[in-house]
Design a protein around this ligand. Structure first.
Ligand SMILES: NC(=O)C1=CN([C@@H]2O[C@H](COP(=O)(O)OP(=O)(O)OC[C@H]3O[C@@H](n4cnc5c(N)ncnc54)[C@H](OP(=O)(O)O)[C@@H]3O)[C@@H](O)[C@H]2O)C=CC1
Ligand SMILES: CC(=O)N[C@@H](CCC(=O)OP(=O)(O)O)C(=O)O
Length: 308
């Protein structure tokens, strides 16, 4: 018998991408609410509690509200795409490559990683764990997102204004992803984070400069790459590139993708490096990660529905 899935926020940017990835999957039956019902608390309560799996694709406040609508002792298992529960106790962090697939298989509450933290943590967490990068280094991050990263409101802004070439933001240095990045990488300091948006619908590049020569303890670029290659050897969604291309491109017509591509660039004298992650903010940064967790929790083929 098919397992039931309710996507709370199914008409939003992330919700629609998840619906796409579940299309034609016979092991799941989607519970759908009409336009008149989808924001009605009682309709949501009933769908949330009936479903085998609820995937929350909502703003943080609405995601917290959804958790209040759920019966505490109910059987519904939840994947939350918002940032409401990522560092909350009782929630498993939905990054199978970092936390292990088995933890997610058995989880009742899974918090989907944030889009930028996905790139940052994929690069830094294994290297800090292996003690090849110091946990007390003040990391910095330059990052670029497609404008779908800001959901419906940023999409309409880019569509309506039509002339935004580049948007640097996060200028108060208090971005909501800082706590998540610091906590999940086990760092002493939150990174200095410079996010930006370009006029491409989807795509993300997270770039971490490393002044290795100035760091008390850090390994050569080659050792960093070797560790990542080893760490992700059995991770089909993640590719660690052995080459160092001259440029990395995000394209305005990029198709949806659930891949995560990692690069390590080093200077000739090995005194500096850049760790770079390239992926789709709506793929491994949101919907792809949610479907990866759903596959594990439901006992499906781990790669079903993913666009690799
Ligand atoms: N976009 C991205 O790349 C990523 C997004 N996320 C996170 O995923 C979540 C969803 O983001 P995104 O899809 O971009 O956002 P959108 O704004 O595109 O979609 C949110 C959806 O939630 C609906 N909604 C809002 N309030 C309620 C409510 N009280 N009850 C029911 N539905 C409600 C909205 O309705 P309406 O259609 O009427 O506005 C909309 O359809 C956010 O927490 C976001 O931070 C995480 C990673 C990446
Ligand atoms: C371009 C843009 O505005 N991006 C959003 C992050 C989008 C996102 O995915 O946030 P969560 O992963 O935490 O849900 C921002 O910077 O707030």
């Amino acid at each position: 018998m098919a397992q039931t899935v309710f996507i709370d926020g199914a008409e939003g940017t992330t919700g629609l991408e998840i619906v796409d990835r579940l299309e034609g999957r016979e092991e799941f039956e989607l519970i759908r609410l009409s336009d008149a019902e989808r924001k009605d608390a009682e309709c949501r309560r009933s769908a949330l509690n009936y479903a085998d799996f609820a995937i929350l694709c909502l703003p943080d406040d609405a995601a917290r509200e959804a958790m209040e609508l759920l019966d505490e002792d109910g059987t519904t298992r939840v994947i939350d795409a918002s940032s409401a529960h990522r560092t909350a106790s009782g929630w498993i962090y939905g990054f199978p490559e970092l936390v292990g697939t088995q933890v997610i298989e058995g989880a009742k509450r899974v918090a989907n990683p944030g889009c930028y933290p996905t790139g940052f943590l994929a690069l830094v967490a294994p290297l800090v764990r292996a003690k090849l990068l110091p946990r007390d280094w003040p990391f910095s991050i330059n990052a670029v997102s497609g404008y779908s990263g800001g959901g419906k409101s940023l999409i309409s802004r880019f569509d309506e204004e039509g002339n935004i070439a580049f948007r640097s933001y996060g200028t108060t240095l208090g971005h909501k992803h800082l706590e998540e990045m610091k906590a999940k990488a086990g760092l002493k300091y939150a990174p200095v984070f410079a996010p930006s948006v370009v006029p491409a619908y989807r795509g993300m590049l997270v770039d971490i400069p490393l002044p290795i020569a100035a760091m008390r303890s850090a390994s050569s670029p080659e050792k960093l790459r070797a560790e990542l290659l080893d760490f992700y050897a059995d991770a089909p969604v993640v590719t660690v590139h052995e080459d160092a291309p001259d440029e990395l491109l995000l394209r305005t017509d990029a198709p949806a993708s659930d891949r995560l591509d990692l690069y390590v660039f080093g200077s000739e004298d090995e005194g500096s490096a850049r760790l770079i992650a390239v992926f789709d903010n709506l793929g491994k940064g949101a919907a792809g990660a949610a479907v990866q967790s759903l596959n594990l929790m439901s006992g499906s083929d781990p790669l079903a529905g993913l666009q690799l």
